[in-house]
Design a protein around this ligand. Structure first.
Ligand code: TRP
Length: 448
């Protein structure tokens, strides 16, 4: 049998691990490139709406399920709705978790390479074209696959150590360092000549840019960034103590997560306009823009190394949360030891992650629905599976789950949520979230 279930040791640990899961490449890499490709301010506005109107209540819903049952996602649904098909949503979650872990590890591998090459190859000012070539030649090489595998191995080493010793300890140390570094970079970017253009691009919504596809992407981004919709937060909250205030924790997570995404935008876009780059560059945006910032400031080698190293650390606190979903599932449902369950998760991600990494090089010619494997994994998991999972979870908690469980989970803590807040959360789960997600799906996917 698997080991007895642990809990996060401290309140700081709960916040650091949950925020550690939420804050990652989604904020610093994905948000700027999605916002850049979809009109800047308009995308940010939609993203914020989705985060606070739908995201926060659905985060609460995942917390309610996880903390109440104290189980992995399959076990949780079995405990709450025995014999019903609601548990099928766990399979959506498990599939999406492996998909996201796979492509995410490719990008995390890039951050490891860039950390190392910041030291070994830093060559001062490089032209935009040279930065472009540098990224392309690396991402299409076999080394990109190697770094993906190295990154996943690092995950194995942390997760197999267990919840408190591995996950919680890492997050407590790393998250504060990340915040401070981001602030330093923000100030630096705001002093660049292109600062005004960059900030205007990010904050001034051009409503003409809003199309159904942009709305769908913004919804996907909100879910992705909050680690929402595939049971990651169900799994993490199963390690929460009974006193942990759920509504408060979800607001703190959403608030800090949003702050980091906005800081990342304020770091990236002024540099994009200062160095004459294109905001629409896609996944490589951050990897081409950041080095141009570093090459323009004194002590660039140190900043570059530090930044990519922190980005790597932010990635790993997120990937351990994805891997924990299937690890908890394999170990609790099939009685595997924690080490074996972790190994199985990481092995699956290694196979699909290598394929995703190769889709920037030797497998680049293989496209499905016009997307490479990497883009397909990202699109399907973020824009379809996460909101679908979120839809089912909100309907389940809003309509099916016993109201007394919902109320007691939301209010029984040392800082209980008020009745008004509790009612608002329930209203969002019953009506707002399902209706909004449904409408965005219908139009964004072009069903009509
Ligand atoms: N939220 C993380 C980020 O922004 C990524 C992430 C971690 C995630 N766990 C998840 C995304 C679960 C979806 C589901 O980088």
């Amino acid at each position: 049998m698997s080991e007895p279930r642990t809990q996060f040791a401290t309140r700081l640990g709960v916040i650091a691990t949950t925020v550690g899961s939420a804050v990652g490449l989604g904020n610093i890499w994905r948000f700027p490139y999605e916002a850049g490709a979809h009109g800047g301010g308009a995308f940010l506005l939609l993203d914020l709406l989705f985060i606070f109107i739908i995201g926060v209540p659905v985060v609460c819903a995942e917390f309610i399920i996880g903390r109440h049952t104290g189980k992995n996602i399959r076990g949780a649904f079995r405990a709450l709705a025995p014999g019903k098909s609601w548990g099928l949503v766990s399979y959506v979650g498990l599939t999406a978790a492996i998909m996201i872990l796979s492509f995410y590890s490719v990008v995390a591998g890039w951050t490891m390479h860039y950390t190392v090459s910041s030291v070994t190859e830093f060559s001062g000012r490089m032209s935009t074209a040279a930065l472009h070539d540098r990224f392309d030649s690396f991402a299409s090489s076999d080394m990109a696959v190697v770094w993906t595998l190295v990154f996943l191995t690092a995950n194995y080493l942390i997760i197999s150590r267990g919840v408190q010793k591995g996950i919680e300890k890492m997050s407590n140390i790393l998250m504060p360092i990340l915040f401070i570094t981001l602030l330093v970079f923000t100030i630096n970017s705001l002093m660049m000549p292109g600062a005004i253009d960059g900030v205007t691009f990010l904050f001034k919504p051009k409503f003409s840019e809003i199309t159904p596809a942009v709305v769908l992407s913004a919804m996907g981004q909100a879910f992705f960034s909050l680690s929402l919709g595939l049971g990651c937060l169900i799994t993490y909250s199963s390690y929460f103590k009974k006193e942990t205030p759920l509504v408060r924790t979800s607001f703190i997570t959403a608030g800090l997560d949003t702050m980091v995404a906005i800081l990342a935008g304020v770091i990236i876009f002024p540099a994009v306009f200062t160095f004459g780059q294109e905001p629409t560059a896609g996944p490589k945006l951050v990897f081409e823009v950041l080095p141009s910032i570093f090459s323009s400031i004194s002590g660039g080698v140190i900043w570059s190394t530090l930044f990519f190293f922190l980005l790597f650390l932010a990635s790993i606190t997120s990937t351990i949360s994805m891997a924990e979903i299937t690890t908890a599932y394999f170990s609790e449902e099939f009685g595997l030891s924690r080490k074996r369950a972790t190994a199985l998760t990481i092995a699956l991600a290694m196979v699909f992650g290598s394929l995703c990494a190769m889709s920037f090089g030797s497998l680049g010619h293989i496209t499905i629905f016009g997307m490479t494997l990497f883009n397909l994994f990202d699109y399907v998991s973020s824009n379809i599976l996460l909101p679908l999972g979120g839809l089912i979870i909100s309907v389940f908690v809003g309509w099916v789950l016993d109201r007394s469980i919902v109320n007691s989970e939301l209010t029984h803590s040392d800082r209980p949520a008020s009745r008004v807040i509790t009612r608002m959360v329930v209203f969002c789960l019953r009506w707002l979230a399902p209706v909004c997600i449904g409408i965005v799906f219908i139009f964004g996917l072009g069903i009509f």
